[in-house]
Structure formats: structure tokens, C-alpha cells
Design a protein around this ligand. Structure first.
Ligand SMILES: [Zn+2]
Ligand SMILES: [Zn+2]
Length: 185
């Protein structure tokens, strides 16, 4: 919420957005464009991670207004796209009567998504089924550590698949699993 008229030129102030030039509604230079493109990429990552959890958008600290602004996903994407295309600075009119708890703080989202990337979840071999209880694993559990039904560690199945992929034969795989204490049969 700003007490200034909405059409007054605004400074850049999305702290954490690194966004561009103070007073211009002129096209961005190459460096500025890259920063905004990065913001758009980040936003897409955040949305993928947090929208399924019920979050409606992001909270961004605004230095100009000295308060948090709440942006629904689509609104911020449109703002950033406009900024990229025309150099027009994003509006300071955030969501109407937002519920703050449903907006994830930008910096928090950044750290969360980075941590997720570091943990290598996306690099794991997907496990289709639990060999312990026979459950066909739902999509969202294929990278999980444990079977959601019987609780057995899925890491053994993943290791088995990885060894297979690495070209070890059936016998060698069984050997390794036994030697590492995974195999029980
Ligand atoms: Zn503001
Ligand atoms: Zn199971």
C-alpha cells in the first residue's frame, strides 16, 4: 500500500529483486534484462515449489514503502514481464487484503529452492514400486526416502537400479547389496 498516487514514478525498490534503473520507463539494458529474467526464472521455481502447498504468491519487502508487498503469482509474473518488455516499473499495488501467511517471503523461497537443488532430489532415480510391500508408488513418492505404506527405505531399490545402470550384473549387484547390509533376501 502506497500513499502516493499510483502513476507517480517510483524508484526501484524490490529489495531482493535487484531491479533496474530509478526513474526510467525506458527499455532495460542487457544487464538489467538478465536480472529480471533471473527473477522470472526464480519466480517459476518458487511457484512450482510453493503453489501446490497452497501459497498464493510471494511477499517482497519494499524499501520505498517500508513494508511488505504481497504479489499473487500471476501478478508478479505480469509485472516482471512488462518490466522486461517496456522498462515500466512494477506497480506498488499488491494483492487486495491479502492473507500474509499465504505469501511466501522471496528470500525464504530462494533459500528453500536452493537447498532442494543441493540435496539432489531431482537427480535421484525414480523408484516405481516398493519391493517390500508391493505398493506401486504414486508419482510424488518416487523420489522419496521411504515407502509411504510400509516405511521401508527406498534407498536400496534406488541403489539396485543405480548399480544396474552402471552395468553390474545381477550377481555383482546381489553381492554389493549383501556386503553393504542392504540385502535381506
Ligand atoms: Zn512499495
Ligand atoms: Zn512398501
Amino acid at each position: 500500500m502506497s500513499d502516493r498516487p499510483p502513476d507517480e514514478p517510483q524508484g526501484d525498490d524490490f529489495d531482493g529483486f535487484d531491479d533496474p534503473d530509478e526513474f526510467s520507463d525506458v527499455p532495460l539494458d542487457e544487464h538489467e534484462s538478465q536480472l529480471v529474467e533471473q527473477d522470472l526464472t526464480d519466480l517459476a521455481d518458487f511457484e512450482a515449489a510453493f503453489r501446490p502447498e497452497g501459497y498464493r504468491g510471494v511477499a517482497v519487502w519494499c524499501q520505498d514503502c517500508a513494508e511488505e508487498h504481497y504479489y499473487p503469482w500471476d501478478m508478479l509474473r505480469e509485472n516482471l514481464t512488462l518490466l522486461l518488455d517496456t522498462g515500466e516499473t512494477p506497480v506498488h499495488e499488491p494483492a487486495f487484503a491479502p492473507e500474509p501467511s499465504r505469501y511466501v517471503p522471496w528470500d525464504y523461497a530462494r533459500g528453500y529452492v536452493d537447498a532442494l537443488r543441493d540435496s539432489g532430489v531431482g537427480d535421484r532415480i525414480a523408484v516405481d514400486a516398493c519391493t517390500q510391500c508391493g505398493l506401486t508408488l504414486p508419482e510424488e513418492f518416487r523420489s522419496a526416502n521411504f515407502c509411504p505404506r510400509c516405511g521401508v527405505a527406498l534407498v536400496m531399490e534406488r541403489l539396485r537400479a543405480a548399480l544396474d545402470k552402471a552395468g553390474l550384473g545381477e550377481d555383482a549387484i546381489a553381492e554389493v547389496l549383501r556386503a553393504t547390509g542392504f540385502a535381506t533376501r
